[in-house]
Structure formats: structure tokens, C-alpha cells
Design a protein around this ligand. Structure first.
Ligand code: GTP
Ligand code: MG
Length: 419
């Protein structure tokens, strides 16, 4: 009985105190609101925010109008005089030293087959380039058999060695967990998925040195579940070689700024120590643009986050094997940023190809219709399969993620007159 009375008294005191604290908290809060309203501070803040948002919306609308106009212009293929078309007789065809490349898991067989189907029907049955499939685990017999039945060219199934794929031992796991928590708070996709970090690191700094890939110069990366909407009748690898291109892309987007906060500062650190690697026609203006999404540039510490979306890319691996790129990605790797943050291979490739070489080496494949959820490139190409609407980019609320116009406005004239 005594203990019950004691408990009741404690509860009453606790309840009373809580009430007083809450009431005084509310009172202070009300006081603060009144102060802001009478001093005019609240309306000012509100006004600035609205002004910022309307400017932002105007810029996005302007970019999308430009995008729409460009995509609606009819294009079929680059208007350079040196395109090489599909040969009559494939047996005698002198291919470029190139391969189609997919990093993939056994469980992605169905979506891998879907992607192969359009790569084959739109392009490769006409040229029969070889394929390389990479995996951090052994491919199953079922996977190998199903893929081999679908492809027209030679096919290699390769495993990645653990040292190149796995998280290095020296990564500080306490720091990593702490950083993952922060990134999760900011909704950074895949922040807590170790295999995704490994994948991004491998595509940033390893794949081009895989023993199988060492024999090739060019690669066309493609992914499970992607779709090609246009018939590609010329040899894209020969196009790259004959026109002095080292990197080709279709879609360009802003990144999640919280995934790459220190990527740019680390890059600046590297180039301060190695200024000789920076090309005199590097795309500084493009890399540091801050008009459309200034908060991204601010949080990424100076990098706009705009990048070439790397799930489709055609690249020259000799560039990635160069001294400049190699030393830079080794520097990046040593910071642990692939694990303490969630650096993607797309921003890494994009910074590399626009900083360490002339911007004119990068080519926008404006004629290729492409889809990787949730983004499209749908050119007005008479060769298109009609399954994507000309000019369609994505859901309207994602328009502000499109930064292709930045590249178009900052690339060289020669590149823009290609179509
Ligand atoms: N072998 C292997 N391949 C992987 C692994 N993680 C991702 N990949 C492949 O790496 C590529 C990129 O992975 P995705 O999961 O598509 O990454 P993403 O495009 O950023 O994300 P989504 O928007 O979900 O497609 C794809 O070709 C995947 O099949 C992995 O752990 N092992
Ligand atoms: Mg993907």
C-alpha cells in the first residue's frame, strides 16, 4: 500500500513537471512565432524561399524546352563522311578491337537476356562483336548456356578476382557504419549495400584491367533490363576510332549530392599535386555548373554532380589505363570514399573523361534510343521502334535531374554539328 502511494506521488510530480515544461515550451514557441511575424522576419524568409523555387522552376522549364526542341529534330546517324555500315559478308569483316560488356549476377539472367535481345536486334547481329560477361561469383551452367544461345558473337564468361572486387581490409568499419547511417538519413540509394559499393568501385577502377578485357581497346557497357529503341546500322566502334572519340554516352543526369560530398575536393587535391594531367580543354565550366541545382553543387563542394549515365557507355579502355586516370583513381581509392561515401562509377568516369582529356573526345550519341528505368533518350529517329515517345525523358517530377543541356551548351561546336 505504501509503495503504491509512493508510486502515485512520483507519477503526479512527473506529470505536473511535464505539463509545466510542455506549456512553457509551447509558450516560448508561440512567442517566437509572434516575434517573427511582427518583426517581418517570417514573411521575408517565406518570400525568399518562393522566389528561389520559382527561379529554379523557370530554369528547369527552360532546360526542358531546349531539350524537347533538340530531341524533336530528326536525326538518323552522325553526319561524318566515315561511317562503316554492316558488311555483306561478316566472315571477312575487320572489326574494331572491341567488346560488348556486362557485369551481371546469375539471378539477373532473364533481364540480361532481354537486354541482349535488343542489342542483338538493333546492332550486333549486323556486326557480331564479341561479348564479355563479368561476375564476382562463378557463372552457372544454366546462365552460360542461355546466354550463349542468344548472342551472335563470340562470348566469354569471366570471374573477377576477390582482391579487385572485395572491400579492402584497411577500410575502418566503425567509420563506415557511421557514414552509412548519415547517408541513410539523406536517402542515399544503396548506401548500406556492400555489393553496390564494390560494384561502383570495380566499374570505376578495375574492370579495364581484367585479364580478359586487357585484349580489347573499346567496350560498350550494357545492363540487364535496358532497352535499345533504334536500329544502329553503322559500326559504333569504328565511329569512335575514326572520329577520335574516347567516350560516348546517351543520358546525362545530376547525382545524389550526399553520395559524393568529398569526391570533388579529393580530385582538386590530386590535381593540385599533379597539374600536368589536366587537359587545357578540360570541361571546367560543365563540371562546376551551379545554375539548375545550386544546392547540389554546394553540397558536393563545387562539383555540379552532372554526369554521363554509365549504364550505357562506349569507351576506350586505353584512356582508363592511362597514367592520369590510373593515378587519380588510386588516389581516390586510398581515401576510402567508395565505402565512407557511395561514389558511383558514373561521376568518376565523367570527371575523368572531361578533366584529363580534351572535351571534344566525348560524344553524345544523340541518335540512339535508349531506356534504363526511369529515364529515356527518345530521338526523332526514323529508325526508332515506336516504343518510346519522341523527346520523352521521364516522369515530369524528374525533369530537374536532366542536365544534358549543360553538355550541349558547353561541348565543342564540332561535336554539336555531328548530326
Ligand atoms: N556480378 C555482380 N554484378 C552486379 C552486382 N551489383 C550490381 N551488378 C551489376 O552492375 C551493374 C549496375 O548495377 P545496378 O544494380 O543496375 O545499378 P544501378 O543501375 O545504379 O541501379 P538500378 O537503378 O537499380 O538499375 C548491373 O549490370 C548489375 O547487373 C554484384 O554484386 N555482382
Ligand atoms: Mg542499372
Amino acid at each position: 500500500m505504501v509503495s503504491l502511494t509512493k508510486r502515485f506521488t512520483k507519477l503526479a510530480i512527473f506529470g505536473g513537471l511535464s505539463f509545466i515544461l510542455t506549456a512553457s515550451g509551447l509558450w516560448l514557441y508561440w512567442d517566437a512565432i509572434q516575434y517573427m511575424m511582427t518583426s517581418g522576419k517570417l514573411p521575408t524568409l517565406d518570400f525568399q524561399f518562393e522566389e528561389f523555387m520559382s527561379k529554379h522552376d523557370d530554369i528547369v522549364d527552360d532546360m526542358m524546352t531546349k531539350y524537347d526542341k533538340i530531341m524533336k529534330m530528326e536525326v538518323k546517324e552522325p553526319s561524318v563522311g566515315n561511317l562503316v555500315y554492316a558488311p555483306e559478308n561478316l566472315a571477312d569483316y575487320q572489326r574494331e578491337n572491341a567488346t560488348l560488356l556486362m557485369l551481371v549476377r546469375n539471378k539477373e539472367l532473364i533481364t540480361a537476356l532481354q537486354a541482349i535481345e535488343t542489342v542483338e536486334s538493333q546492332f550486333n547481329h549486323k556486326f557480331q562483336y564479341p561479348y564479355v560477361f563479368l561476375n564476382d561469383k562463378e557463372f552457372t551452367d544454366k546462365f552460360k548456356k542461355s546466354i550463349t544461345e542468344k548472342v551472335s558473337g563470340q562470348v566469354f564468361f569471366e570471374t573477377i578476382d576477390k582482391e579487385s572486387w572485395d572491400r579492402p581490409d584497411w577500410i575502418d568499419s566503425a567509420k563506415e557504419s557511421e557514414r552509412i547511417k548519415v547517408m541513410r538519413k539523406y536517402n542515399v540509394g544503396y548506401a548500406d549495400k556492400l555489393s553496390y559499393h564494390n560494384m561502383c568501385r570495380y566499374y570505376s577502377r578495375g574492370f579495364y584491367n581484367h585479364p580478359r578485357l586487357q585484349q580489347f581497346k573499346y567496350y560498350w557497357r550494357f545492363e540487364p533490363g535496358t532497352h535499345y529503341h533504334t536500329s544502329i546500322d553503322y559500326d559504333v566502334f569504328k565511329f569512335m576510332s575514326a572520329n577520335d572519340k574516347t567516350y560516348g554516352f546517351v543520358i546525362s543526369l545530376y547525382d545524389i549530392e550526399r553520395s559524393i560530398e568529398t569526391l570533388w575536393p579529393e580530385t582538386i587535391k590530386f590535381i593540385e599535386q599533379n597539374p600536368q594531367f589536366v587537359d587545357k580543354n578540360a570541361a571546367w565550366d560543365w563540371l562546376t555548373e551551379k545554375k539548375q541545382n545550386p544546392q547540389k553543387t554546394r553540397i558536393a563542394n563545387g562539383y555540379s554532380t552532372c554526369h554521363f549515365w554509365s549504364n550505357f557507355e562506349i569507351g576506350d579502355m586505353d584512356f582508363f589505363r592511362s597514367e592520369a586516370y590510373t593515378k587519380w583513381v588510386d588516389h581516390l581509392d586510398a581515401t576510402g570514399g567508395f565505402y565512407y561515401e557511395r561514389w558511383g562509377d558514373a561521376p568518376v568516369h565523367s570527371i575523368g573523361v572531361t578533366l584529363f582529356q580534351d572535351r571534344s573526345k566525348v560524344h553524345w550519341f544523340r541518335d540512339i534510343g535508349y531506356y534504363h528505368a526511369p529515364y529515356y533518350q527518345c530521338p526523332n529517329n526514323p529508325q526508332a521502334d515506336g516504343k518510346c515517345k519522341v523527346g520523352k525523358f521521364s516522369f515530369p517530377n524528374l525533369s530537374d535531374q536532366n542536365c544534358l543541356i549543360n553538355w550541349i551548351e558547353m561541348a565543342t561546336d564540332n561535336e554539336l554539328n555531328m548530326y
